[in-house]
Design a protein around this ligand. Structure first.
Ligand SMILES: [Zn+2]
Length: 287
């Protein structure tokens, strides 16, 4: 059930069918090399949320395009709002979703750069009394390396042809790089919006790790420079190689797995009766 498609009188039954669970997909607008569109993360996470909701009925809010992309505004297409605005928007959005009757809100994240903000936001929700619970989950829990292990373990994937299988095994054996706008994201976009992908542009910028900041980040120092360090090592907002090995078939497998995981997470949250009780007990949540 997509929030924006419901008629007003359908909300009560949607709240009941979803057992008060609402999913908020969150991505961003940022450069993804020169071969993928800037909205890749939101398009992907929204697709996964909506497909999973067909397997386990929940309400899905329209995907948010405003994520954490500081430092990327030298490239066209980036929309970089302040942390204060994004936290404020999440706060008011969750409160509005809860006012409508959804008391278990899952922020479904499709952009690695959002993790810190979402974690901070989820923590901040305990600061004042609320009659709802906010949790976060990253959707990107399955990719080509895991697929290769499962193939070697004998699992069958009806989506894949012989060339896909050869590419997946070779990609994994050679330990080619994945990370951002990589073969995983490209395969997904080839499966859901091929008209917005241009694989021939992948080699127009380098996606390799320059390792400039390794001396700071290596153990035992482990200094965390966040996205600043990442951009110094990946100056084209691209972390990946051999994009020509991507395919819509590989994308379909990755999506199917991620959709199944998300449906299971929805199932767990829907049948859970403990969270609202525990939050009420510990933090004085209001009914
Ligand atoms: Zn991405």
């Amino acid at each position: 059930m997509r929030w924006e498609n419901l008629r007003e009188e359908e909300f009560d039954s949607a709240i009941e069918k979803s057992n008060k669970v609402c999913i908020v997909p969150i991505g961003c607008l940022e450069m993804h090399g020169q071969h993928l569109p800037v909205g890749t993360d939101t398009k992907t996470v929204e697709y996964i949320a909506n497909e999973a909701a067909k397997l386990e009925e929940v309400v899905v809010f329209p995907g948010l395009y405003f994520g954490s992309v500081p430092g990327l505004n030298m490239w066209k297409g980036t929309i970089d709002f302040s942390l204060e605005l994004r936290l404020g928007m999440l706060n008011e959005l969750c409160s509005e979703i809860a006012r409508n009757g959804f008391k278990k809100i899952m922020l479904l994240n499709g952009h690695g750069g959002n993790c810190a903000t979402l974690s901070a936001f989820v923590r901040s929700t305990l600061h004042t009394k609320k009659d709802y619970v906010v949790v976060a989950r990253n959707e990107y829990q399955y990719g080509i390396q895991r697929l290769a292990r499962e193939l070697r373990g004998g699992q069958k994937f009806p989506e894949l042809n012989e060339e896909d299988i050869k590419n997946i095994l070779s990609f994994s054996e050679n330990e080619y790089l994945t990370g951002h706008a990589c073969v995983n994201e490209t395969s997904i976009m080839l499966a859901i919006e091929p008209e917005n992908v241009d694989v021939s542009r992948a080699d127009s910028v380098c996606g390799l790790d320059l390792h400039k900041t390794d001396y700071l980040t290596n153990k035992p120092y482990s200094i965390d420079g966040g996205v600043g360090f990442w951009l110094i090592d990946h100056p084209n907002s691209f972390e990946g190689e051999h994009i020509e090995m991507a395919s819509a078939n590989i994308g379909k497998v990755i999506l199917r797995k991620r959709i199944e995981y998300q449906a299971e997470a929805c199932r767990l949250l829907k049948k859970d009766d403990n969270l609202l009780e525990w939050y009420k007990e510990h933090w004085g949540i209001e009914e």
